[in-house]
Design a binder for this molecule. Structure first.
Ligand code: NAD
Length: 471
């Protein structure tokens, strides 16, 4: 019988038959028990680390090709984050794999309990284009650490990165248990017909609904890492220059705004807005110069569809006259300059979808506390940020704003804290990962109770006399 790879090569399309063959091969590898051992997990993680070391240049080049990502961003936010993640996992995995003792109640005395982490089986990771290495390999690190067999389906929208992943993963990893399938809707649909033990999806909420519906047919659990409109609340009690720089680096310094946790809009008071705009302009010019369309430190828009999507948000009549900075575009080079809008109406297109690009609207409120109501009146964002020195405001923010994650006095940095879960809530996703949370996302927490044969209380044995109820 042809292997799944041979079938794929022969037909050039990855169809339902190839998906079914692939699943059989992975079930067999998982069934052999090899992926469960500590040794296999660590050896695969070390291979993955070596793969990153050996292919740094290739990764930077692929990201340059796909989205003209600056080398600094590729090195720090993709390769560096992955290396940190794999190192923490190698260091901690033995500890994570240990059963955890659980107290048992008097009703089952004498007994002891423990929680055993077992691999789920064969899992599917579907990733997005904007951080094609990080969003593909970080879930894989969790899936390997937890002892699963797996398929990675990278995004076709970052083709150089997808093809590099498809080339290097088989060169370094155990291909009986770690596979890559490249492709778009047809290939992903073929994969989704299979019965997976978990699907880990990163992308838009629209496609997440397709993924979740396919998973529901098999009662497959899902992690959905989605996006949303991440707000930044800026109070007047801040170090304005530091706040502006941290907003800029979170917005334009992460793929030029094409990141799930990059600031989507700012909320500040009417009074403070002009000062904030002036400082943002000043710092933007300091970072990217007077001709930002030419800056090598800004990614381009990924493709012409996304360029047209962002351009449409700017061309909406409702935002006409609201540009206070930037607005320049080059449709041939797919570049849009860092752009700030002031006081766009809430019913404009831009305030009703995730921007995922280099445009930052500022919405003004009378009192800074009103910002929290504005945030809570919309879909729950993946991240929310607050800049303030006011202790009471910080407390109110943490207690009242619902989002996947919060950061006070910075943007996006929670992504790098591996002791915190990373994930959304409501429309921004379900489930989380990073560090131990990745291991847990790909493990079943099996409840085990141990008993002996002594102390055999007869209370629960029939006949059920009234006297036994009093015990
Ligand atoms: P995308 O277009 O790359 O799609 C994601 C994946 O879905 C791809 O692998 C793609 O092949 C697959 N796909 C597309 N159409 C499909 C279909 N009809 N059926 C099955 N699979 C299909 O990425 P995107 O959706 O443009 O990503 C952007 C979104 O992802 C934004 O909303 C962003 O906020 C979110 N995002 C979230 C995170 C996170 O960690 N939470 C990270 C990055 C991006």
């Amino acid at each position: 019988m042809a292997t799944a790879d041979e079938a794929q090569n022969k037909k050039a399309v990855f169809d339902a038959e190839a998906a079914s063959t692939l699943m059989k091969e992975l079930r067999s590898a998982f069934g052999s028990g090899k992926t469960r051992s500590y040794e296999w997990r660590v050896s695969q993680l070390k291979r993955l680390e070596k793969m990153l070391d050996d292919n740094e240049k290739e990764i930077v080049d692929a990201l340059k090709q796909d989205i003209s990502k600056p080398e600094f961003e590729s090195t720090v936010y993709e390769i560096g984050m992955l290396k940190a993640s794999v190192r923490v996992t190698i260091k901690e995995i033995k500890h994570w794999m240990q059963p955890v003792k659980a107290k048992t109640p008097i009703t089952v005395f004498p007994s002891s309990g423990e929680i055993v982490s077992e691999p789920l089986g064969v899992v599917l990771v579907i990733s997005a284009w904007n951080y094609p290495f990080l969003l593909s390999l970080d879930p894989l690190i969790g899936a390997i650490a937890a002892g699963n067999a797996m398929v990675l389906k990278p995004s076709e929208i970052a083709p150089a990165s997808s093809s590099l992943l498809a080339k290097i993963i088989p060169e370094y990893m155990d291909t009986s248990a770690v596979r890559v399938v490249e492709g778009a809707v047809a290939e992903t649909s073929a994969l989704l017909e299979q019965k997976w033990d978990k699907i880990f999806y990163t992308g838009s909420g629209k496609i997440a609904r397709i993924v979740m519906a396919a998973a529901a047919k098999h009662l497959t659990p899902v992690v959905l890492e989605l996006g949303g409109k991440c707000p930044v609340v800026v109070d007047s009690s801040v170090n304005l220059q530091v706040a502006a720089r941290r907003i800029i680096v979170g917005k334009w310094g992460t793929n030029n705004g094409q990141a799930c946790i990059s600031p989507d809009y700012i909320l500040t008071t009417n009074e403070f807005a002009p000062k904030l705009v002036d400082t943002l302009k000043e710092e933007l010019e300091g970072f990217y110069g007077k001709s930002p369309l030419k800056s090598k430190d800004l990614s381009r828009i990924v493709n012409s569809n996304h360029f047209a999507r962002v351009a449409k948000l700017l061309d909406d009549d409702k935002v006409s006259g609201k540009i206070v900075h930037g607005g320049e575009r080059d449709s041939e080079k797919l570049r849009i300059a860092p752009t700030i809008l002031l006081d766009v109406p809430q019913d404009s297109l831009i305030m009703n979808e995730e921007i995922f690009g280099p445009v930052l609207p500022i919405i003004t409120v009378n009192k800074i506390e009103d910002s929290f109501d504005v945030i809570n009146s919309g879909a729950k964002p993946l991240a929310a940020y607050l800049f303030t020195k006011n202790k009471k405001l910080k407390e109110e923010f943490v207690m009242s704003v619902s989002a996947g994650g919060l950061v006070v006095n910075d943007t996006t940095v929670h992504l790098a804290v591996h002791t915190l879960p990373f994930g959304g809530v409501g429309d921004s996703g379900t489930g989380s990962y990073h560090g131990k949370f990745s291991f847990d996302a790909f493990s079943h927490k099996k409840a085990v109770v141990y008993r002996g044969f002594y102390g055999d209380a007869s209370v629960r044995y029939p006949p059920y006399t009234r006297g036994k109820l009093a015990v």
